[in-house]
Design a protein around this ligand. Structure first.
Ligand code: RB5
Length: 149
């Protein structure tokens, strides 16, 4: 699986930890889209890079981190075909894949600890979409996006 990851200054430390963690997971190739230090940046600039990569099919999935995860979620969900899910624990990570086929995982470094974040990533990467009745619901979301853009 090809994965893109990015963060703003509120999330870059957690991103650094997650890059080490993801590097040990088999069959996942991760590309780091920045930022790489504590200097203040604007989260839309980094959310956009990952959302565009997922939306275009350049990568399979993405991970975005900011202080709360809220700004990155709002940004990513503006892009076609993006289903970005802000997850805080194992349950939300699992459900975001089973029911929502989330293709971008968003987390808040100021909200969750590193251990929980690693557990979320592992669950999110390993859980497959259930399909079935959930597929029609995702098609309805995409249709809403196409009508209003
Ligand atoms: C940056 O201070 C902070 O606003 C950002 O990381 C994020 O939490 C926005 O939603």
């Amino acid at each position: 699986m090809k994965l893109a990851i990015a963060a703003d200054h509120g999330g870059w430390e957690l991103k650094t930890e997650l890059l080490k963690f993801i590097g040990k997971i088999a069959n996942v190739e991760v590309a780091d889209y920045g930022t790489s230090g504590p200097d203040s940046v604007d989260y839309p600039d980094f959310g956009k890079k990952v959302a565009e990569a997922v939306s275009s099919g350049a990568v399979d999935r993405g991970i975005l981190i900011c202080g709360t995860g809220i700004g990155m979620s709002i940004t990513a969900n503006r892009f076609p075909k993006i289903r970005a899910a802000l997850c805080h624990d194992h349950f939300t990570a699992q459900m975001s894949r089973l029911h929502n086929d989330a293709n971008i995982l968003v987390m808040g470094e100021r909200v969750i600890g590193r251990g929980v974040a690693c557990e979320i990533v592992k669950t999110w990467l390993e859980t497959e979409f259930e399909g079935g009745r959930h597929l029609g619901r995702l098609e309805k979301i995409e249709a809403i996006g196409q009508r209003t853009r």
